[in-house]
Structures are given as C-alpha cells and as structure tokens.
Design a protein. Structure first.
Length: 134
C-alpha cells in the first residue's frame, strides 16, 4: 500500500549551490547529504512537513542524473512514494501492467530500499517506490 509522498527528487548541476537556494526557499538547511555510488549521485535532503525534497547531483556524466540533466536540464526528476511492503507493491504493480526498472529493490539513499517505475507506464513521470530499511 502507498502510504504518502515520501519525497520529490530534483536533478541539479551543483548540489552546494542548490543547497543554498533551497535553504533560502524552504527556510531550513539540509538534514543529510549522502553519496550513492551505485547511482553515481550525490544527494541532499530537506524536510518539508511530512515529506522531503531530495537534490540529486551527478558524480559522473554517464550516470542517470548526468544523462537526465544533459537531455532535459535541471528540474524535477521523480516523485517517490513510501510503501509499507516494497516487494508486494512491486508484484502488484507489475501484475497491473506497470513496467519496473528492476526485478528487485536496490539500496537507495536515506536508508531506503527503492524501485523505479518506467515513465512510459506512468504518463511520463518517473515514479520511485521506497521503504525504510528496518
């Protein structure tokens, strides 16, 4: 079951500069920064009420965020939904015709298991499912 919008992922060219901008916009500093080697990305997280904003800076132009920025520029990259059981949700969504980008969830940033849905199956929106690692 989807519980809430967990975060919005925003692709940025420079996390340090974007952190300053979003700190001014949101009135708070990021609570966490983290490198995710498997995705070739550096992240920063801001709390906004019960949700979060995740800034994503590519550490490699050939990584997913590097390619995204080259093709589309900076901006909203994905919307993430918190789920209570990522394995069950993946099975349910795949059976309903959604296209998953991986067969198994991967370890993501902020202590989460994550799986992405292909934008071609979600009206052009990259959707991330995430579950807290317990």
């Amino acid at each position: 079951m989807i519980l809430r919008i967990e975060h919005l992922g925003i692709a940025v060219k420079d996390c340090e500069q974007a952190n300053k901008l979003f700190a001014l916009l949101l009135g708070t500093n990021p609570y966490k920064s983290e490198m995710v080697e498997s995705e070739k990305v550096n992240t920063s997280f801001f709390k906004v009420g019960e949700s979060k904003v995740e800034l994503l800076e590519s550490t490699d132009p050939s990584g997913p965020i590097g390619k995204f920025i080259e093709k589309r520029g900076e901006g909203i990259h994905h919307v993430a939904f918190e789920v209570d059981n990522i394995h069950e949700m993946m099975k349910q969504l795949e059976a309903s015709g959604f296209r998953l980008l991986s067969d198994e969830p991967k370890r993501g940033a902020d202590n989460k298991l994550v799986c992405f849905l292909h934008p071609k199956s979600t009206n052009g929106v990259l959707v991330e499912l995430c579950q807290e690692i317990r």
